[in-house]
Design a protein around this ligand. Structure first.
Ligand SMILES: Cc1cc2nc3c(=O)[nH]c(=O)nc-3n(C[C@H](O)[C@H](O)[C@H](O)COP(=O)(O)OP(=O)(O)OC[C@H]3O[C@@H](n4cnc5c(N)ncnc54)[C@H](O)[C@@H]3O)c2cc1C
Length: 285
């Protein structure tokens, strides 16, 4: 099937994009970034926007840098940019660990980090990572700039607190301090499919004890969240199999898993348990 007709806009600046979106948002005008979610939805006519505002010509959105101990990711940055070495330190290592699990190479070479945040698929790896790192989403509209804490950003599966005329121009997140250990594990039935559940973890080890633990679970619930019960099980514990099993059990108990035709809640809960344990083990390797 082919998309329904639409008017195509190609602004050259953030302000021009905001002005156009402000005019067309109420006529189902939408941003198109990588098009890797929106274009297939339009082809199936699940989405029928009347206007597309293409942000790919806006060079100012090409930011990928660390500034004042915060990682800045502009809205034109593709998934494939997060190769090893692209970002310094443990934050960069974690991004590079996660990136190859998203889709396939052609999707990764077009799809954008901020597009994933805007699309807000429950099983988006970047949404889970932004949650782990307590990201801030920078939204821009004709009313100016708004900073949204990731905890106030998702409000359901594929739903966010962005207004229809707001553009995500950037995501910012504090970088992990040197020496932080990180791990990522997800399970999907076929490589490149959206995950049934995933765990992303980060912690330090000081004097043989875990400090600053973070555990983010994605895919299990309508949107990712940090699981404080699992973090509490890790905090101050020795980084051993018993602590990892306790944290994995805590994560599995804390989630309220989604169900679908292929996956019931008990199965998804089991995947959360296994993913958490394996993510933690990976962080110690
Ligand atoms: C075969 C296949 C497999 C995939 N597998 C995975 C996977 O395993 N994991 C995963 O996370 N994703 C997966 N995806 C989705 C892919 O990662 C998309 O790139 C991503 O979800 C959306 O980014 P995009 O830049 O392509 O956004 P687009 O498709 O351009 O837009 C998606 C939505 O977000 C809005 N939007 C985009 N950018 C902005 C912005 N800056 N401000 C405001 N709104 C915006 C659009 O209006 C639209 O509603 C897969 C896609 C395909 C086709």
């Amino acid at each position: 099937m082919k998309p329904a007709p639409f008017t195509y806009h190609r602004p050259l600046s953030i302000d021009e994009a905001a002005r156009i979106l402000s005019d067309v948002a109420e006529h189902d005008g939408r941003i198109i970034a990588g098009g890797q979610s929106l274009a297939p939805m339009m082809a199936f006519r699940v989405a029928r926007p009347h206007h597309l505002v293409d942000i790919n010509e806006i060079a100012a959105l090409d930011v990928l840098t660390i500034e004042d101990a915060a990682l800045r990711i502009g809205a034109r940055v593709r998934h494939a940019r997060f190769i090893p070495g692209a970002i310094a330190g443990p934050t960069g290592e974690l991004f590079a660990k996660v990136m190859p699990n998203i889709a396939n190479y052609s999707v990764r070479s077009r799809g954008t980090f901020c597009g994933s945040l805007a699309h807000a698929d429950p099983a988006s790896e970047w949404c889970a990572l932004a949650t782990l790192l307590d990201a801030e989403i920078i939204a821009h509209s004709v009313r100016g700039e708004r900073r949204i804490d990731v905890r106030d950003y998702f409000d359901g599966a594929m739903s966010t607190t962005l207004a229809p005329d707001e553009i995500v121009i950037e995501a910012r997140m504090p970088v992990l301090r040197e020496g932080t250990r990180t791990g990522f594990y997800e399970f999907s039935r076929r490589k490149g499919d959206f995950a049934i559940a995933m765990a992303i973890v980060a912690f330090s080890v000081e004097n043989g004890r875990i400090t600053s633990p973070r555990v983010s679970i994605g895919g299990a619930e309508p949107y990712p969240r940090r699981i404080h019960e699992a973090e509490a099980a890790l905090d101050g514990a020795a980084p051993d199999a018993a602590a990892f099993a306790a944290a994995a059990d805590a994560a599995a108990a804390a989630v309220d898993p989604m169900e679908d035709a292929m996956t019931d809640a008990a199965y998804r809960r089991d995947i959360v348990r296994a993913a958490t344990r394996r993510g933690l083990e990976q962080a110690m390797q």
